[in-house]
Design a binder for this molecule. Structure first.
Ligand code: SF4
Length: 184
């Protein structure tokens, strides 16, 4: 019986006790591992940051290496909403509708200065950050953020996915967070 050495594995296997023909670990660790390595992103790209995302998907950076190569343009088959670009206030309700249509568990990355804070567009028509309408898990800085920064955001989301408890989505804190955004 021994503990598997995570450092030698390319995929970080959860800590477990193992012996010949068996391994014992916690259910939430296995679920987290599966979630983190099979992300289905929904790219919501409205302007230049979207071009950086295209580069992130292409062969040099290859987001598929992280198990996130299956993009979804239907919110019902996506678990990671990636918002990239300037979001006009008129788009706010549409963005929120897409978020609501995604099944739980779901995560959100604000990619770039515009999605995170409105960026340089401190104007009457631009939403000053998508967290005005939906909860955000990870913010990626930059104008534009290079593919390396977007990949770093994905790695941070993977860490969240791996460590999130199975019951979090039913916790009073999470329901309260949704309620603060007017989401049932
Ligand atoms: S953050 Fe910069 S690069 Fe990204 S959408 Fe805004 S202006 Fe364009």
């Amino acid at each position: 019986m021994g503990i598997i050495d995570n450092q030698k594995s390319t995929l970080s296997i959860p800590e477990m006790y193992s012996g010949e023909g068996y391994g014992l670990t916690r259910l939430d660790k296995v679920v987290g591992l599966a979630r983190a390595n099979s992300i289905w992103p929904l790219p919501f790209a409205t302007s230049c940051c979207g071009i950086e995302f295209m580069a992130t998907m292409a062969s040099t950076y290859d987001l598929g290496r992280f198990g996130a190569e299956r993009l979804s343009f239907s919110p019902r088959q996506a678990d990671l909403l990636m918002v990239m670009g300037t979001i006009a206030k008129k788009m706010g309700p549409i963005l929120k509708q897409i978020y609501v249509q995604m099944a739980e568990p779901k995560w959100v990355i604000a990619v770039g200065a515009c999605a995170s804070s409105g960026g340089i567009f401190d104007t009457y028509s631009v939403l000053q950050g998508i967290d005005k309408v939906i909860p955000v898990d990870v913010y990626v800085p930059g104008c534009p953020p290079p593919p390396e920064a977007i990949l770093d955001g994905i790695l941070k989301i993977q860490e969240l996915m791996k460590t999130e408890s199975i019951g979090r989505r039913h916790s009073p804190e999470y329901l309260k967070l949704l309620e603060s955004y007017g989401i049932d």
